[in-house]
Design a protein around this ligand. Structure first.
Ligand code: FES
Length: 238
């Protein structure tokens, strides 16, 4: 497996996944992270490991702006410092790492690198900014028990759809479609791969959705990759 890239943005969770008063534990590029919301609704990401005996903070509880460790009750504020010790003065060195987190496009983007984060490099998913009821929209996640780079290889490689997804996303008539690759340019760190098909039988999914009844269509398929882990797939038929 390729090593993880650190100085980049990762989608830690969908905004909807972290409700007030709740915590969400995630392991992101090897880091144990807990996410929660302050009383004011701000989303916070901290190391999911108490400074005392390393208990997962996500197993404790949230009260107001603070996480309370479930082991001995140390309380941590959103800056990661111990704000309250039920047995005496908060130890000066008792703190956990707080990570940079930005909520954008209905998602929580986390920065786990050492370099200064560049907000402009958060991948553009403004397509998600429309109201939920304005489109058929579902934000969810799936788990792969596989190296991340193999998943990336699969998603950026559209030439497999006629075989692996035959009858759903592709078919035999689309095998000859040309792949066009656009390299990063103008400061944008994105790669796109497009495969357009002209006058071919519709992929099964479109036949089902738009009732093409097998009539020939022009179709497009475009995958955008913000390396290492953000992909946007745009597919459709004319
Ligand atoms: S391990 Fe968290 S307070 Fe002791």
């Amino acid at each position: 497996m390729m090593p993880f890239l650190r100085n980049t943005w990762y989608l830690a969770a969908w905004s909807q996944d972290v409700q007030p008063g709740q915590m969400l534990a995630r392991k992101i590029i090897g880091e144990l992270v807990v996410l929660y919301r302050t009383a004011g609704g701000e989303l916070v990401a901290m190391e999911d490991r108490c400074a005392h005996r390393m208990a997962p903070l996500s197993r404790g509880r949230v009260e107001g702006d603070r996480i309370i460790c479930g082991y001995h009750g140390l309380e941590y504020g959103p800056d990661g410092r111990c704000a309250h010790n039920p047995y005496g003065k908060p130890p000066a060195l008792a703190k956990v790492r707080r990570f940079t987190l930005v909520e954008k496009h209905k998602a929580a983007w986390i920065w786990l690198g050492q370099e200064t984060p560049d907000l402009a490099q958060i991948p553009d998913f403004s397509i998600l900014d429309i109201p939920d009821d304005a489109a058929a929209m579902r934000r969810d996640h799936v788990t792969f028990d596989a190296p991340w780079d193999l998943i990336a290889d699969n998603l950026i490689d559209l030439s497999h759809v006629s075989f692996l997804h035959d009858g759903i996303l592709g078919n035999a008539e689309m095998v000859g479609s040309k792949s066009v690759v656009e390299e990063p340019k103008d400061g944008h760190q994105t790669v796109t791969v497009s495969r357009d098909s002209f006058g071919t039988a519709p992929a099964g999914m479109f036949d089902m959705l738009f009732h093409q009844d097998g009539k020939a269509v022009d179709s497009w398929m475009k995958m955008r990759w913000n390396a290492p882990a953000a992909f946007l797939l745009d597919v459709g038929v004319n």
